[in-house]
Design a protein around this ligand. Sequence first.
Ligand code: NAD
Length: 331
Amino acid sequence: MAKFLITGGAGFIGGNYLNIMVNKYPDDMFVCVDCLTYAGNIETLKQIMNCKNFKFIRQNICNKEEMFKIFNQESFDYVINFAGESDVDRSIVNPEIFFKTNTIGTLVLLEACRIYGIKRFHQISTDEVYGDISLDNTDLIFDEKSPLRASNPYSISKASADLLALSFYRTFHLPITISRCTNNYGPFQHPEKLIPLIITKAKNLEKIPLFGNGLNVRDWIYVADHCNAIDLIVRYGTDGEIYNISSNNERTNLEVAKTIIDFLEKNERLITFVKDRPGHDLKYALNSDKIKKEMHWKPNTEFNDGIAYTIKWYLENYDWTCCARKKDNCD
Ligand code: NAD
């Protein structure tokens, strides 16, 4: 039996990870630490809340004293850090909380791992740490050795956390791994994010706001494919290594909006272009050959299937979306 600390497990990716892994590994124990910010939703964990191999602790990862107590009491084997402030627009309005949680919070966890001992600390990072590329560039794809060129407060707070984790490997031989993934979509994502926002606006026949001309490109991966990749890295990855995760489903924001509108049989005239995000990254493109080759991982979900399932999920779970929206005015 192994014991896992999952931070940020009431959020989108951590919640999906827990809903899959608590059932997949009944002999392992999963402890979720989450302070339930506006983005955390305890309802996401409803299906596993009463499982014998799951426990929820409400705590802020930046609270060093309390986090050290939890590490001391629980003796974790594995720590996976999903906790984070994850919204680029919010990082432009209020950068400080991003550095507190994403950078200092990660430092608290790394220190706790060093002091109390663990088999592996895994940092959930993002493709955004490599910065963007021009829209017409089809060649330049970032691999794990590409330089960090993060460009907004969110991505810089994440890149800083990656560097801290790498420094703990080099300096203290702490067994760390890092994964950098592209944009995720799927159930349980906060309705401020692009895909749930488009679905809920289209459903309610409200205007769908797209930044600029809608031609910024993102590479979309279904969240369960990301979770399965994390599971492989945590169990079989090599200490000190970085793994890119991507699914090669590049779409402009406008294409994504049109796909959802078509599926819901609504009118494209709902789309409205709004003032662009300052410093808006144009396009990210990741090479994920390393995880495919070393761990035989591959994404299983085609974009058209994943998006159809996701749209249905938001329609059937509209209560969850309303509950997430109530915590914060996300319009
Ligand atoms: P999310 O915003 O949906 O969830 C974040 C969770 O962390 C929430 O439950 C929140 O309550 C919790 N949290 C925030 N601050 C905390 C703190 N100080 N202490 C304890 N808990 C705290 O985010 P997400 O989309 O699930 O992303 C998870 C991680 O994955 C983030 O670090 C993000 O940078 C990274 N990531 C996300 C994507 C994506 O497309 N969503 C892509 C690549 C990487």
